[in-house]
Design a protein around this ligand. Sequence first.
Ligand code: 3H9
Length: 678
Amino acid sequence: MPAINSVVSLETNEGVAVIRVDSPPVNALGADVRDGLAGAIDAIKADPSVKAAVLVCGGRTFIAGADISEFGKPPRGVPLHDVLDAIESAPVPIVAAIHGTALGGGLETALCCHYRVADAKAKFGLPEVKLGLLPGAGGTQRLPRVIGAEAAVAMVTSGAQMNAKAALAAGLIEDIIEGDLTEGAVAFAKRIAAEGRPLKRVRDDNSKLGGTADSLAPMFAAFRSKNAKAFKGFEAPEANIKCVEAAVALPFDEGMKVERTEFMKLMQGLQATAQRYVFFAERQAAKIEGLDPATQPLPVKSVGIIGAGTMGGGIAMNFLTAGIPVTIVEMKQEALDRGVATIRRNYENSAKKGRFSMDEVEARMARLTPSLSLEDLGQADLIIEAVFENMDIKKDIFGKLDRIAKPGAILASNTSYLDVDAIAASTSRPESVLGMHFFSPANVMRLLEVVRGAKTSPQLLATAMAVGKQIGKVSVVAGVCHGFIGNRMLAARQEQANKLILEGAKPSDVDRVLTDFGFPMGPFQMADLAGLDIGWSAETSKGETVRDRLCEAGLRGQKNGHGFYDYDEARNRTPSPVAEQIILDYAAEKGINRRDIDDQEILERCLYPMVNEGAKILDEGMAQRASDIDIVWINGYGWPVYRGGPMFWAENDAGRATIAEALEKMGHDVSPKLVGGW
Ligand code: 3H9
């Protein structure tokens, strides 16, 4: 094909020009693509033989958006707005031919084309909100003019994708092409040219907005209040809503100005910087430092799971959902039956909510083989142990697996604290052993810590990371240390939270400060939710911690309605006077002088030691990079994504020097990396 430049080509046949973008990996709208598109439109304008054009992409997807790596850098090439104006005002109809995902600037480009067709698997979305942004190339103004303001506001504030069938029904595309997409789109273009169909410009048509500013005001108000909780703390959703309101209230060009202003405000803010950083950090986390590039992950076609409790069952669901057969092993028939029934019930509940069909439930359950014998795991490619946190039990199981598992199988432990090297030492093949630490509920939480033992084979580590991706997890490599990355830092926070409530803060104060910061819940709400008696027993309780005392007094957390808080039927909580008294008595007994503690101190004492622990994790090489730590905290512990994770926050918001100085004053042992940088 004749090249316009290195990434865009143009070829005209029988009056139809095909503009082809080929810029791997995802045809993002970088300077070269923009320049190439502008050049192609110029060439089309100059060629009177062209009666219609098709815009199509090579590789795995249609344009997946603006090139995020260009954000915040000096501008190069033709500005996106100029390219889109040129497309929209082209003298002949341009048909976008979409496959893969038309996202962000990609969908905005398609919305400037006069017609859109797609293959049956194509998906459409404006995910800018996930980057702390809004669609800044006309998406907030054009999408409502195609699918209506109500559907558009939901789409831009969630970043959710629409499939081809729904897009056809919503009028976002004109046709679904079966067979070759380019050929189908060219035939479509010829047809509209032959029929003399008009150049449909989305900007000119207000008929589908669905109402006026007045008539739609209640819809916007209801949308805001319905989503208030989900949007809390984020700047981008409100900016997106304002732009869609402008699309309804103002002429197109005026609406574009509102979009521009709101976009620039977001772009210059710390939230967008943080969310963009998280986008790349998440992809970076998948990469193993120092891995020989020739290393290929092994195929994992069958999985064995030991333990059908909450964790084991949740872990199994990930694989069943991804189409990978699982053998799940328990010691007793009753526990096995209960575990299998829970998996079935979870799937059925999702099916009842319309997420998939009952046939799909059966298909997933058909991949599950319940068993009472470890011997049945002999052929599994990957075996994950998810039993009670007890080193002796784990060593015993791994010793048995060493005898049973086939050579080359991965032997993984789901331990959240224990020494993976000690577990590996109970086998004759420590190179096959690693940790796969899932987070509860394991079928829902995205985080997976893959723990690399001292002797873990690089190929098996790469396989575990690849499996994580296959089952939709965000996987992070961690080294062997107590609590790995996430729980080790959590312990630093919990230690301070426990001290704060003895020194004078209320549990509800600590929780409030952290939820105001953006966590979904604070440490004491979390303790109540998990159950105060986890790892506690009446026989062994020494009454040495507040938790021991609460359990001794019969407070168990949400499960019995009483913990740091009392809970009513609807799980509304109020601070528990019983817990409060227990804390006061305990503090008095320990001779702790209580005082007023302000919110700033609570925040600093909870978060600064966490950051310090993160820096120590880096000092010790227990995480590959600071951004991996951020990914752990965002995906496993609810750190607000708009604050970029604890290490990003320390670097860009709170300030490493400020934190180091404060920790010094508090008497902490400050990590060299916190002072010198990571
Ligand atoms: C926008 O459009 C603003 C506009 O409104 C205009 C304003 C004026 N840019 O995810 P993957 C890289 S904002 C640069 O692993 P998958 C990615 O880093 C944008 N790079 O693949 C990775 O690199 P590496 C709105 C990008 O198949 C590689 O491509 N659009 C971009 O699992 C493969 O990515 C979005 O937010 C980009 N836009 O998923 C869409 N996208 O190999 C963002 C990807 O070095 N992208 N890369 O690690 C995605 O959601 C997924 O990448 C996608 C493919 C679904 C497309």
